[in-house]
Design a protein around this ligand. Structure first.
Ligand code: CA
Length: 235
């Protein structure tokens, strides 16, 4: 059960002391090493000085807001690959979309339960380990019975070959490679047809619908995130 990994470090950028306190308490109880910052400016400085394994970033901060912090972290080579989970308020889907476009890895809506947050954190950190261990296993993507052979451009489900269009193939491999992460329609469009082709973001919905149909029961693994986009998740 216990794996000999180093203690993972999490930085919290949040201006509400009560929330920071609760987060810190729960994270430490789960054996993470925690540091905190109460403003965007302080958080940015802390992240640059000593990049954490994961950043919990409140979007609504006085002064420099979370989106700006995210933007600056992504511009800086020292912090470009940092894993970021945004903490957002209800009804701020537009900010979430911007945040994901800026490169945040996931988001969680306040008020959230501790168990929900821990699950998200573990999922993101697992992805970071997978990313580190990715080299050498680039030709095959697996998720349950779904296997994608990137060389042969072939998808099988339980050994049965699926006939997919090129767009469907690209969409599925993109989502599976970044399993668990939410993408906006525009991001998926860039991944599937490239930024220079003029089609509307709603085209993604059409591709997703077709792909779900071909995947049958497993189509439910392409999850609609309301007001935001899609994510791939084994369920
Ligand atoms: Ca706040």
């Amino acid at each position: 059960m216990a794996t000999a990994t180093m203690t993972q470090r999490i930085l919290i950028i949040e201006d509400e002391p009560d929330i920071t306190e609760v987060l810190k308490y729960n994270l430490e109880k789960n054996h993470y090493q925690v540091s905190t910052a109460g403003t965007g400016e302080a958080g940015l400085a802390a992240a640059r000085e000593n990049p954490p394994d994961l950043l919990l970033l409140d979007l609504m901060l006085p002064g420099m807001d979370g989106l700006e912090v995210c933007r600056r972290l992504r511009e800086d080579p020292r912090t470009r690959d940092l894993f970021i989970i945004m903490l957002t308020a209800k009804g701020t889907e537009a900010d979430v979309v911007v945040g994901l476009t800026l490169g945040a890895d996931d988001y969680i809506v306040k008020p959230f339960s501790t168990s929900e947050l821990m699950a998200r954190i573990k999922a993101v950190l697992r992805r970071s380990e997978a990313r580190d261990g990715e080299a050498g296993a680039k030709d095959l993507l697996r998720c349950g019975p779904v296997v994608i052979d990137l060389q042969k451009h072939e998808v099988t489900v339980g050994g049965e070959k699926l006939e997919l269009t090129l767009s469907e193939f690209k969409l599925l491999s993109f989502l599976m490679r970044k399993k668990g992460r939410v993408f906006t329609r525009d991001q998926l469009l860039d991944a599937v047809v490239g930024p220079d082709v003029f089609v509307t973001a709603r085209n993604i919905d059409v591709h997703v619908a077709a792909l779900r149909k071909k995947l049958g029961k497993l189509g439910a693994w392409i999850v609609t995130v309301r007001g935001v986009g899609y994510r791939f998740e084994e369920s």
